[in-house]
Structures are given as structure tokens and as C-alpha cells.
Design a binder for this molecule. Structure first.
Ligand SMILES: Cc1cc2nc3c(=O)[nH]c(=O)nc-3n(C[C@H](O)[C@H](O)[C@H](O)COP(=O)(O)O)c2cc1C
Length: 251
């Protein structure tokens, strides 16, 4: 190839490169604009879809256990679905009754009575009569008294229902521990009333009413009561004591 021919070829290639270079950059710009537009559209529409999904999930997803605790008000369903037979309700304003209820519910496992704590305000208390359908079941009430012998806020509705209603509680096992203070005129009035009313409605008292006095030592009163309460429950439910360990004969 002559030098002349080489020069011509190089010039032609340079010209072609210049032409195609300018074409490619125009094409490139168009592609970038299209791609950018598509990306913006995709981002916008996927955010809209996510919002829709979140809404659906919040309505229909399986809720964690803690949420169920709050929204599910059938304590019977809760007992049955978790294999429990002991429910400890509390009427409490400043937490002592709630704490005692928690301790009793926990201790139940020692006697093959798996327990749970329940706030009457969050339960459908009309279900109390159904408790008898659960084998070896027991409802314990840790109830404080306030004011003129009134129940706590969270137990108010339950008390109205007990006073005004006439449910048949035959076959329901129960025990009551009251929290009060002897310096008040209506000492432990709520617990005294509840213990009597449940019996009137046909329920079975498994152990005598306990009364704690926080003017003296309510913790001691509680311990003294529950140390006798558990043996009484064991006897009632035919649960035998073997050394430190308790075994339920019927299970
Ligand atoms: C304002 C007030 C009113 C109370 N009224 C009574 C009452 O009428 N009768 C009673 O036995 N105890 C009464 N108490 C004592 C409480 O029932 C007692 O402190 C109980 O342990 C509180 O339980 P809680 O912490 O679960 O709410 C009253 C206490 C306060 C602070």
C-alpha cells in the first residue's frame, strides 16, 4: 500500500469516526433521557404499590403475640389455645394487685396449673361461666378497694355486671385475695363483696377470702394467704405433692 493510499484511508476512517461519534452521542442523550424517565416512573409506582401493601398487611397479617394480648378479649379462647387452666384477674390502681396476680399466675406451673394474668377491663367477663368447660380450671381475683369501698377503674365494669346481672356461675372455681388498708372505713369492701357475690351466683370457692392490709404488711399477708391457698387447690384438683415437686394425678 502506498503512503498516499494510507493517508486517504486514515482520513476516511477519521471522518467516519467523527460522523458516527456525533450520532452516538445524540443517541446516548436520547437513551439517557428515556432511561431517566423510566426510572422516575418506576420509583413512583413502586412506592405507591408499597403503600398499598403496607395497608393490606396491617389489616390482614398475623399479628405478633403482644398485639393479640391487647386486641383479643376472649380470655377463654386464650386459655384454651395456650393449654392454660388458671386465670388471675386483677383490680389495681397503683400496681400491687397486678403484681400479686402475676406472681400467682407464674406459680401455677408448679402445680400443673399453667396460668395467665388478665385485666377484666380487656376481657369479655360474661365468658366467666364458660370457665367450667376447661378441665381443672380456676379463676383467682386480686382486687384492691378504693374510695368509698369502690373497685378500681379497670374493675368497674365487671362489678357493675356482677351487681346487676344474674349469670349462672355454677361449676366455676374461684378464690379472692383483697388489697386494702385498715385505716379506711370500707376495709377491703370490694374483695368481700366479690367473694360473696360469686358464691351467690353458684361459683365454687376453692379457698377462703384473703385480705391484705397495706397499713401493716400487705406482702406478708399475701404470702401467708397463698401458702395455704395452693395446698387447698392441690387438694381440690387432686394434685399430689411429691417432695418439692408437684404432680397432677389427673394429667
Ligand atoms: C385514695 C385511696 C383510697 C383508698 N381507699 C381504700 C378503701 O376504701 N378501703 C381499703 O380497704 N383500702 C383503700 N385504699 C388502700 C388500697 O386499696 C391499697 O393501698 C391497695 O394495696 C392498692 O392496691 P393497688 O396498688 O393494686 O392499686 C385506698 C388507697 C388510696 C390511695
Amino acid at each position: 500500500m502506498s503512503e498516499n493510499t494510507q493517508d486517504i484511508l486514515i482520513k476516511e476512517a477519521a471522518a467516519a469516526a467523527a460522523v458516527s461519534g456525533s450520532l452516538f452521542s445524540t443517541f446516548d442523550i436520547i437513551m439517557l433521557v428515556v432511561l431517566f424517565g423510566a426510572a422516575v416512573w418506576w420509583l413512583y409506582s413502586s412506592r405507591k404499590d408499597n403503600k398499598k401493601d403496607d395497608l393490606l398487611l396491617s389489616k390482614y397479617s398475623i399479628q405478633p403475640a403482644a398485639t393479640i394480648e391487647v386486641t383479643e378479649n376472649s380470655f377463654i379462647t386464650k386459655l384454651q389455645s395456650s393449654g392454660r387452666s388458671l386465670v388471675v384477674f386483677y383490680g389495681s390502681q397503683t400496681g400491687t394487685g397486678e403484681e400479686f396476680a402475676g406472681r400467682l399466675a407464674k406459680e401455677g406451673i408448679r402445680y400443673k396449673l399453667k396460668g395467665m394474668v388478665a385485666d377484666p377491663e380487656e376481657c369479655d367477663m360474661e365468658e366467666l361461666a364458660k370457665l367450667k368447660d376447661i378441665k381443672n380450671s380456676l379463676a383467682v381475683f386480686c382486687m384492691a378497694t378504693y374510695g368509698e369501698g369502690d373497685p378500681t377503674d379497670n374493675a368497674m365494669e365487671f362489678f357493675e355486671w356482677l351487681k346487676n346481672g344474674d349469670p349462672d356461675l355454677t361449676g366455676v372455681n374461684y378464690a379472692v385475695f383483697g388489697l386494702g388498708n385498715k385505716t379506711y372505713e370500707h376495709y377491703n369492701a370490694v374483695a368481700i363483696y366479690l367473694d360473696k357475690r360469686l358464691e351467690e351466683l353458684g361459683a365454687t370457692r376453692v379457698y377462703e377470702l384473703g385480705m391484705g392490709d397495706d397499713d401493716a404488711n400487705i406482702e406478708d399477708d399475701f404470702i401467708t394467704w397463698k401458702d395455704k391457698f395452693w395446698p387447698s387447690v392441690c387438694e381440690k384438683f387432686n394434685i399430689e405433692s411429691t417432695g418439692g415437686r408437684r404432680v397432677n394425678k389427673t394429667i
